[in-house]
Design a binder for this molecule. Structure first.
Ligand code: NAP
Ligand code: GDD
Length: 345
């Protein structure tokens, strides 16, 4: 893929910005690629090799690179493979790098701690080291997480101390702190976006919100009869992913690199999400939801609620989609996915 890019696309418009996205096949990567293409960026996405297709979220953006006017280029790579990261960044020399790649599932990070730390923390370090070593002028965005706050009392802001409760969160804290170190020590323009949970119809199916909306749709379509969940009491600040990737881009356009909390400022429990999703299609969740201990985490984050006042003041960012609308967007998408014509207004 790389040679192809070099051969056909070196004569690009000099004013056109170039972005490099790790994790382009994920929920956020796909929305971010869409946003940057709309803004006329040349977008380079790093894709992991897998035996089955992992590009479904970006297939609608992909065009035959033999044609003119193509702005999306995909390259095989992995954040655990320094050599490839080095070669890709050296060749593409992007204006903006968005590091979204991660083993992003908190529960799974207890089963795969070493791999999680390798992708999340050391993966970030690898990218920062390449920027430093090649003296790239690229701006760097790090996908930091509200999970880093762990046990800290809500509402959590940029000034709240981190108290990580999982291997995933501990790895995100290390990555976030490395971003600060590289910013101060080497003058790299590096931002840490501390994003609270954000969801969409493209959310992975094993995360709570999507598991519930797809479960409700399947139950209604008689394709599933029970939904097995874990802790119903945890509270999360759930926002809408397309709005959150816009915040990433906004941070990268400022004069000064900084860290920002991105959130809705509202928090709801897992049981509230479940009750609303089932209730919207006229079902009583208590008839269908069963508790399975295997979905509990050894240590839980009980209460996340973000204070996004810094982002509002400095970036002019604020969320539009709130809790009920988010549940409806996701539910309508999954009702359609399972072949039902029902639409919730
Ligand atoms: P996601 O859907 O799980 O996407 C993760 C992406 O990382 C996928 O493209 C995945 O590739 C890729 N990836 C995983 N391991 C990799 C590796 N070793 N090398 C290269 N790529 C790798 O996650 P998301 O929800 O879009 O989140 C994006 C980022 O924001 C993540 O870093 C996540 O931890 C962070 N974050 C998310 C939230 C949220 O609520 N969504 C909140 C705060 C922070 P495959 O498609 O091949 O698996
Ligand atoms: N996944 C899942 N599956 N979660 C469940 C289930 C279940 O069956 N039952 C209850 N939960 C609870 C979890 O224990 C957690 O308290 C809450 O639902 C949300 O879980 P997830 O949707 O898996 O998200 P998360 O909050 O652990 O992590 C997400 O948000 C972080 C930002 O705070 C991920 O996207 C992380 O990558 C992200 O950093």
């Amino acid at each position: 893929m790389r040679q192809f890019y070099r051969k056909f696309h070196m004569k690009r418009d000099k004013k056109q910005k170039i972005a490099f996205i790790t994790g382009v096949t994920g929920q956020d990567g796909s929305y971010l690629a869409e946003l940057l293409l709309r803004k006329n960026y040349e977008v380079h996405g790093m894709v992991r090799r897998s035996s089955t297709f992992n590009t479904t979220r970006i297939d609608h953006l992909y065009k035959d690179p033999h044609k003119k006017g193509v702005n999306l280029f995909l390259h095989y790579g992995d954040v655990t493979d320094s050599n490839t990261v080095y070669k890709l960044l050296g060749e593409i020399r992007p204006d903006e790098i968005y590091n979204l790649a991660a083993q992003s599932h908190v529960r799974v990070s207890f089963d795969l701690p070493e791999y999680t730390v390798n992708t999340v923390a050391i993966g970030t370090l690898r990218l920062l080291e390449v920027i430093r070593d090649l003296k790239l002028e690229s701006r760097f965005y790090q996908a930091s997480s509200s999970e880093m706050f762990g046990d800290a009392k809500p509402p959590q802001s940029e000034w709240t101390p981190f108290q990580p409760r999982s291997p995933y969160a501990a790895a995100k804290v290390l990555a976030h702190q490395l971003v600060g170190v590289y910013r101060d020590a080497y003058g790299i323009f590096a931002c840490g976006g501390i994003l609270f949970n954000h969801e969409s119809p493209r959310r992975g199916e094993t995360f709570l919100t999507r598991k519930v909306t797809l479960g409700v749709a399947n139950i209604l379509a008689k394709k599933q009869d029970k939904l097995y969940l874990g802790n119903m009491d945890a509270k999360r600040d759930w926002g809408f992913a397309p709005e959150y990737v816009r915040a990433m881009w906004m941070m990268m356009q400022k004069k000064k690199a900084d860290d920002f909390v991105i959130a809705t400022g509202e928090s709801h429990s897992v049981s509230e999400f479940v009750e609303l999703a089932f209730g919207l299609v006229g079902l009583n969740w208590k008839r269908f939801v069963k508790i399975d201990q295997k979905y509990f985490r050894p240590t839980e984050v009980d209460f996340l609620q973000g204070d996004f006042s810094k982002a509002k003041k400095i970036l002019g960012w604020k969320p539009k989609v709130k809790f009920e609308e988010l549940v409806k967007i996701m539910l309508n998408s999954d009702l359609k996915k399972v072949g039902l014509s029902l639409k919730i207004n």
